[in-house]
Design a protein around this ligand. Structure first.
Ligand code: AOF
Ligand code: ZN
Length: 383
């Protein structure tokens, strides 16, 4: 088969594997989302023998699921190809090594989208190759490479994958000059946000948003809440009102406030009495050191995905510190056309386009007349 035909097949199979993998978002973290397709190539076609994904933290890995699927369909995987989004593990962790399962099933070839940098699990490529299996890495499917982004980002950068979400008008405004922002996006878009809230480890907002909107930041009207996000307020001077909905609901879902080191401990007491964790955080000048706070969230709470639902102040600070990994902008069919209306970040002076933060488009999706644009940081993933 020529290279182009092979690449086309790899892209198709790995896209399927990536789609399967992403079904478990919120169920497997801090472990990675992984998908696998087992098939037999005949000319330019592939007969799919089985497919699977890592469904739940601690349970079977994607390769094992895919091989079980082959068995269930009565298909023999001998000499077949396994396409997998992440390098198969070679270790006994919560489950036995996927490498062993692939060797027992006598697959002939393994095609991998991304190397697993997790030291304990690593070595799959070497073990398979040593056993005579043909192993290839490919960048044919961007989806398959990037489905591992949050896991690999956390391993390498020691901080969570940070997703900034906002709803905007066509002309890029997130609120009017008076701060009115209810509602820019439609209810289908808002349901999509609630679904995301039910899959992330934490939701970050700023004191400005708490004072203005008094948000709950819980996942509502979602059929299956996969994990309860820790709701966090960035509030250097501890100005959060004790009566706000977040504090009042702290027993139902965890709430944390990041205030500056040095804020009087007795100020924290009314919050702590209501079950809120007040975290005295390092500062840079009069601002919370967001990078170090996110690092702590990743090490102490094993947070993989953090959603930011905030106004221009916190969003701008995160953009400036280069801490935003993904943007989800919901564009609603309206124009504000007021230069004083708010945009998603207002903290930087930028004279030249060579100084702007750049992203790559990951996906577009329509929700009625709204469009969700998903961007991710420019990366060298797949190298
Ligand atoms: C794979 N396929 O589907 C996944 C892998 O403790 P364990 O046994 O669940 O192993 C977790 C580690 O294994 C995880 O940190 C990552 O390196 C790898 N995950 N590997 O071959 C999979 N989920
Ligand atoms: Zn594995």
């Amino acid at each position: 088969m020529n290279d182009r035909a092979q690449r086309r097949i790899d892209a198709r199979m790995l896209d399927i594997a990536a789609r399967l993998a992403s079904r478990a978002r919120g169920d497997v973290e801090p472990d990675p989302l992984v998908g696998c397709v087992v098939g037999r190539v005949r000319g330019d076609e592939v007969e799919i023998l089985g497919a699977g994904h890592h469904r739940r933290f601690g349970e079977a890995h994607a390769e094992v699921e895919a091989l079980r699927d082959c068995q269930a369909r009565g298909a023999d995987a001998t000499g077949a190809t396994a396409w997998v989004t992440l390098e198969p593990c070679a270790h006994f962790g919560k489950t036995p090594p996927c490498v062993n399962a692939l060797l027992e099933a006598r697959v002939g070839e393994v095609v991998i989208a991304r190397r697993d940098p997790h030291v304990e699990a690593a070595g799959g490529y070497e073990k398979l190759t040593a056993a005579g299996v043909r192993v290839r890495f490919t960048d044919a499917s961007a989806n398959a490479i990037h489905v591992s982004d949050p896991f690999i980002h956390r391993l390498q950068e020691k901080r969570p994958w940070v997703i900034a979400k906002w709803a905007q008008s066509i002309d890029g405004r997130i609120a009017t000059r008076t701060g009115e922002s209810k509602w820019i996006s439609n209810d289908r878009s808002r349901l999509d946000v609630h679904r995301l809230r039910s899959r992330v480890d934490a939701i970050l907002t700023g004191i400005g948003t708490v004072l203005k909107d008094d948000p709950m930041l819980t996942a509502r009207d979602v059929r299956c809440v996969r994990r309860t996000a820790r709701r966090i307020v960035v509030d250097p001077r501890l100005e959060t009102p004790v009566e706000c909905k977040l504090v009042q609901s702290a027993q139902a879902a965890p709430v944390e406030i990041w205030c500056a080191e040095g804020v009087a401990p007795e100020k924290a007491r009314p919050f702590e009495e209501r079950g809120v964790d007040v975290i005295a955080s390092p500062v840079i000048g009069d601002r919370i050191d967001l990078r170090r706070c996110l690092e702590r969230l990743s090490t102490e709470r094993e947070a993989t995905n953090v959603l930011v639902e905030a106004g221009a102040g916190l969003l701008g600070a995160l953009f400036q510190a280069d801490l935003i990994d993904e943007v989800r902008a919901y564009v609603a069919p309206m124009l504000v056309t007021d230069r004083e209306a708010m945009s998603p970040g207002q903290s930087a002076v930028v004279d030249s386009l060579s100084d702007v933060a750049r992203f790559e488009l990951a996906e577009t999706r329509r929700f009625g007349d709204d469009v969700r644009l998903r961007y991710r940081r420019l990366s060298n993933a797949g190298d």
